[in-house]
Every structure is written in C-alpha cells, then in structure tokens.
Design a binder for this molecule. Structure first.
Ligand code: GDP
Ligand code: IMO
Ligand code: MG
Length: 424
C-alpha cells in the first residue's frame, strides 16, 4: 500500500505529524518536491523535531528515507539539519538517507537572488522564505542548474560551480544585490559535498524496486496544494508542483503505483506570506496567536489565520484526487462559541463554485458561511471518537460532507498519540 500525504491548504497543515504517525507501518518515506522552505514538526517521545529537507520518517529506526529528484537541495542547509538531528539522537547514515543524484542544488547566490527579487517587489512581495527555492527551480527550467550528481567529483564540481557563479552573480548585480564571493561558495559547497557524497544515488530504481518487492512507500508532500505553481494563488505560490501529481514526477514513481492519497488539513485555515485568503479573520487570528499557536516552523513568522474553506478544499480534493482527509488541530477550536465553514465565494453578486484564475478577482471574493455550534471543551486528552463532544463530531462530519471527501482521522494535539480515527 503506497500512500501519498499532501498538504491541502497553504502549507503547515501538520504533514510532519501525519507522516510520523504513518511511518510505523511503512518501509520507505520519500520527499518529491520543495526544499528547506518546508518545516515539518514532529513531536515524539517528548521531543520536538523540525524537519526541513530530511523526510519525517527518519525518526523511526530502520526506515529508508529518500530525498527525491524533484527536490531542490541546499547542501550546507542539509548538513546543518543532519548534524542537528544527530545531536538530538537520530541516526542518519547512507543506509537510511539517500539523496537523488538528479535533485537540483540551491547555492547561496540563489538565496541572495530570492532576497533581491523580493526586495525589488516592495509591497508586492510574495513573502517567500528567501531560501532560494524559486531561483533554483528557475535554473532547472532554464536548463542551467547544478544537480547533486555534479557534487560527486570534486574537480567537476569546481568547474561547474565557477561557471554558474559567474552568470548568477551577473544576474544578482542586475537586481541590485551584492555579488556572492565565489571562493566562499566553493569552500562551503565542497565541504558539504564531502559529507553528502555517500548518500547520493540514483533513487528512482531504488524506490521502484522497493514497490516491486511489496514494500510500503510513503510520499511526503511539502507546502500545500494552494501553493502549487499550477493550481494555487498564482503568483503567490511556491515554484514547484505541490499537488499529488508533483510527488510522482518528483520521485520517479508512476501514478498507477499510488494506492491512497491523503489530504492533510487544519480544522481552520492558515497561510504564511502574501496572497488571497478569502476566509481570513482577525478575530480567529487573535484568538489562535493568543494561545501561542500558529507561528511558522521555518521562519517563525506569525501565520495568517481564518475559518475553514470548503470551496478551497473541495477544489483541492478534486485536483489532488484525495481519498480521505486527515484533519489536524481540531483542538485549536476548543474555545470557539461558534465555528464557520465557507461554502461559496461571492464575486460581483455571483456565487462561484471554484476559485477564479485572476488574482484580483480571487482577492475580491467574499466568503459565504455556514455556522455551526462550538463545543467549548478541552479535547486534547480525548483518545477515541466516542470521547469527543457531540458538537465536535458534528463539525468533523459536516466538514467532510461540504468538501466531498471523508475525514478519517483528527488531531487533538501535536503528539504522536493525539490522533483519533473517525467513527461512524
Ligand atoms: P507541516 O509543515 O504540514 O508539517 O506543519 P508544521 O509543522 O509547519 O505546522 C503544524 C503545527 O501544528 C506544528 O506546530 C505541529 O506540532 C502542530 N500540530 C499538528 N497537528 C496538531 C494537532 O492536532 N493539534 C495541535 N494542537 N497541534 C498540532
Ligand atoms: P511546509 O512544507 C507554508 C510559502 C511562503 C510563500 C510562498 C513562496 O512546512 O508546509 P518560497 O520560499 O517557497 O518561494 O515561498 O510559499 N511557503 C510555505 N508556507 N508552509 C510551507 O512549507 C511553505 N513553503 C513555502 O511563505 O508564501
Ligand atoms: Mg511547515
């Protein structure tokens, strides 16, 4: 049984926790896109881990984790992450962490270009993580990128690095940025390459052989479907296909090998960075921030918050092919007297079933809500469906009906154990 776990909203839905929960019964966990713009939180055995590039399955011993060909990888960032995880007692070896030789390399100059582009946009900025993700994917599409295979041979690495640094610096200068020192980059990337070299492999046959042998593979999506470069709130998106299809191209696994597609969603909605957010609501934002919740795992930024959006989730379920939803952070609504779910977008007196293409129109949409009663009770210690208050169960069921996809698990807290299977 091969399962894909995809963020269904704008990222930070709790994919790390869901992956961790499912890894117990998996053999392989693979990432197919994104880079260290991702921050996946797992709380296990009383410890908190934040994974950026390393698949969240690494916390379980004996599982093979793969960073797939579709990922953009910052070598120094990955080395830091590996060292940090080792310091937390996590074992990482070439046997349990493999990196695709086709994955593209994020250089310091890509981060600088990302920052310079954002600065140039001023109040129109996308609000990127400034991790060089967009510029690296741009290099990939322009066919001028460096790949992990280029890190294998130190001499070759030196040649390609020098060549790419020259043109990238010219680009950076055109944007008004200060050129990156090639020597500093060469030294940092060479050092990281020495450490990462034993992990680099052609992961495409590895993952396909595992599937052929009947092993269970878990695909860990990064970001969320509404940040997808094709389906999201373009241009306020990331630069990869974050939806289910992106996982296949990003790992080299054919779509007919996927048995189950889980959409992870929060019981409400959050977003980091700029762009349309129809159900954004200052009251729920103040309430969640007041509880110390909804601060970003990667940048620490306060996340924008709003009510659940069934228009967005229904659309997301459609183009991702979700077979089920894993709802997280249901406990975040514990103190709400009443809870809203958006069932339609109103634009110029018309009700839209799907989000519009034009960003100005998306921004202008007004939410049409249904309102449900809250449960006003702490549910974080509940462990079974039957223990949850009636209004809480009604909310979960209605949520699934409105998006046209059943919710099969709910999260009532950040710990591994705080996951409940939804009953009848
Ligand atoms: P990801 O990027 O999708 O893996 O999500 P993040 O880790 O960026 O953000 C999700 C946040 O919600 C983290 O702080 C998690 O520890 C937390 N979380 C996940 N599920 C639950 C839940 O059911 N309840 C609570 N209270 N927190 C949760
Ligand atoms: P995880 O995997 C939330 C957002 C950024 C910005 C936009 C583009 O933890 O869910 P980028 O740096 O990718 O060019 O930024 O995408 N973004 C995320 N938001 N969670 C993430 O990852 C994100 N990765 C990128 O905030 O709006
Ligand atoms: Mg995150």
């Amino acid at each position: 049984m091969n399962t894909l776990v995809i963020g269904s909203q704008w990222g930070d839905e709790g994919k790390g926790k869901v992956i961790d929960f499912l890894t117990e019964t998996a053999d392989v966990v693979a990432r197919g896109q994104g880079g260290n713009n991702a921050g996946h939180t797992v709380i296990a055995n009383g410890k908190k881990y934040i994974l950026h590039l390393v698949p969240s399955g690494i916390l379980w011993p004996g599982k093979l984790c793969i960073i797939g060909n579709g990922v953009v990888l910052d070598p120094t960032g990955l080395v830091e992450e590996i060292e940090g995880l080792r310091a937390q007692g996590v074992s990482i070896t070439p046997e349990n962490l493999m990196i695709s030789d086709r994955a593209h390399v994020v250089l310091p100059v890509h981060r600088d270009i990302d920052g310079a582009q954002e600065d140039a946009l001023g109040d129109q900025a996308i609000g990127t993580t400034r991790r060089g993700i967009g510029p690296t994917y741009a290099d990939k599409a322009r066919r001028i990128g460096l790949r992990m295979a280029d890190l294998r041979d130190p001499e070759r690495l030196l040649t390609v690095l020098k060549r790419r640094m020259k043109t990238a610096n010219e680009e950076l200068e055109r944007l008004g940025g200060k050129p990156a020192d090639p020597e500093v980059t060469i030294s940092a990337v060479t050092k990281a390459a020495d450490i990462l070299r034993p992990h680099i492999a052609n992961t495409i046959p590895v993952i396909n052989k595992a599937i052929k042998e009947g092993k269970t593979v878990l695909f860990e999506g990064a970001q969320g479907a509404m940040l997808d470069i094709d389906f999201g709130t373009y241009p306020f998106v990331t630069s990869s296909n974050t939806s289910s299809a992106g996982c296949c191209t990003g790992t080299g696994v054919a779509p007919n090998k996927i048995d189950r597609i889980i959409g992870v969603c929060k019981a409400y909605t959050t977003r980091v960075g700029a762009g349309p957010f129809v159900t954004e609501d200052a009251e729920i934002a103040d309430y969640l921030h007041g509880l110390g919740r909804e601060f970003g795992a990667t940048t620490g930024r306060a996340r924008r918050c709003g009510w659940a959006d069934a228009v967005l989730l229904g659309y997301s379920a459609m183009f991702n092919g979700f077979s089920e939803m894993a709802m997280t952070n249901l406990d975040g609504l514990d103190e709400c007297d009443s809870i809203k779910i958006c069932t339609g977008y109103e634009l110029d007196g018309e009700i839209l079933e799907y989000p519009p293409a034009l960003i100005e129109e998306w921004e202008a949409c007004k939410p049409v809500y249904v309102e449900l009663p809250g449960w006003n009770q702490d549910i974080s210690s509940c462990r079974t469906w039957d223990e949850l208050p009636a209004n809480c169960k009604a909310y979960v069921k209605r949520f699934g009906e409105l998006i046209g996809c059943p919710v099969t698990t709910v999260g009532v807290g950040p710990d591994r154990e705080q996951t409940i299977f939804v009953g009848a």
